[in-house]
Design a protein around this ligand. Structure first.
Ligand code: OAD
Length: 364
């Protein structure tokens, strides 16, 4: 998994620089820039030049209206609509699990007590092998214990029950999609899961229940097979490969999708973030999030590398990206209401939460 850079974040959020040049010099500069762009792409073998101008194609009109209503109409008109959902920590915050980067409430802003060289070190393999203590102290707070899936999780399940969910890709490690009843074959846990673990030395496998017992007792789980290695939950740390399932299914799924819904992610961690570019250029993309994210940065635009999301509601040529800004649960409920599934979603959440409450009472 790659780390984001501060520059990426700045570029994501900044407007394009305004330059003070005459039209003639600007044309010369443009053609030189284009030559440089093509040279770099060819030298670095970054992309197939024939497809690097895809953004032009995305200008064809795929939604009648660039709004949530446009998306609703699009779904209603496509009874076999293949929807991919992508999620991040924002879909679990209303369950009581903090996200990572939200100012003040995000986990990365609350790690002072762990004395880390920098916040992300807590999820870095190199750091973990030398000092696993901070991770397991944090894990005690984050372990999937009694958390209930949110409205957003059940909205995804409803998409599956309606036969519309091609796949759900999540960065979350809290297992709440499983708790919400999404079948494993519909789920890609891109950053792994707490569900299982492995000894870093002899690779012996362990289950959550075993790891949980040790972690909650304040111990660092040590392998009982080799008696040496630390048992690390199967969470993808920075410096580790994503699961094979991610690559295999992403290659197959995204080209087929008719609609992409992205929820509760800052879209800054790669390679997950660039999945948004793997759908066809005619596939609408709906972002449901507190803030606009995933827009193209300047370097990627220059190299024709990454399209990113383009939120331009005033576009006269079409466009396909919609940002619905606000709370994920509210956005999902609104979407369900507009699709005529509102009561079904409310009932599903109520019923499932009641069942979980009974189960949690019986377990304690
Ligand atoms: P972030 O914390 O980076 O982003 C969460 C996004 O969700 C932000 O844009 C928030 O504004 C938004 N958000 C939070 N609560 C929300 C709510 N209730 N409704 C709507 N939006 C909300 O989390 P991720 O994008 O998931 O890696 O982070 C990606 C990866 O970075 C994680 O998987 C994690 C971390 O390093 C590992 O744990 C290995």
């Amino acid at each position: 998994m790659d780390k984001e850079t501060e520059e990426d974040r700045r570029d994501n959020n900044s407007d394009e620089e305004k330059r003070n040049v005459s039209p003639e010099s600007s044309e010369v500069e443009d053609s030189e820039m284009e030559r440089l762009r093509r040279y770099l792409i060819q030298k670095l073998r970054l992309v197939d030049l024939s497809t690097s101008n895809q953004s032009d194609q995305s200008q064809q009109r795929v939604l009648r209206e660039l709004s949530l209503d446009g998306i609703v109409e699009y779904i209603k008109e496509k009874p076999d609509c293949k929807i991919i959902t992508m999620a991040g920590a924002g879909i679990s915050t209303s369950a009581g699990i903090p996200d990572f980067r939200s100012p003040s409430s995000g986990l990365y802003h609350k790690l002072d007590k762990y004395n880390l060289p920098y916040p992300q070190a807590i999820f870095e393999l190199d750091f973990f092998t030398k000092n696993p203590e901070p991770f397991f102290t944090l894990a005690r707070e984050l372990l999937p214990e009694g958390f209930r899936p949110t409205m957003s999780h059940y909205f995804i399940r409803l998409l599956w029950e309606k036969g519309l969910l091609l796949r759900h890709y999540t960065q979350n490690i809290d297992t709440l999609e499983r708790v919400a009843g999404l079948p494993p074959e519909k789920l890609v846990e891109a950053h792994g899961t707490f569900h299982t673990g492995r000894c870093l030395k002899c690779r012996a496998p362990y289950m959550l229940s075993w790891m949980k017992e040790k972690i909650l007792e304040g111990m660092i789980p040590k392998c009982e097979e080799c008696n040496e290695g630390v048992v690390k939950p199967d969470i993808v740390f920075f410096g580790e490969m994503l699961p094979e399932r991610f690559q295999e299914l992403a290659d197959r799924d995204f080209v087929q999708a008719d609609l992409l819904i992205i929820m509760g992610s800052s879209l800054v961690v790669q390679p997950f973030a660039s999945l948004v570019d793997r759908v066809r250029t005619t596939c609408p993309r709906l972002l449901i999030n507190n803030e606009k994210v995933g827009m193209q940065d300047r370097l990627s635009r220059f190299l024709g590398l990454r399209q990113g999301l383009v939120f331009d509601t005033k576009s006269t040529q079409g466009g396909r990206d919609i940002a619905w800004l606000g709370d994920c649960d509210t956005g999902c409920q609104l979407l369900a209401d507009k699709l005529g599934w509102g009561d079904e979603l409310r009932t599903l959440v109520q019923k499932e939460h009641d069942n979980l409450d009974v189960k949690n009472r019986n377990d304690n």
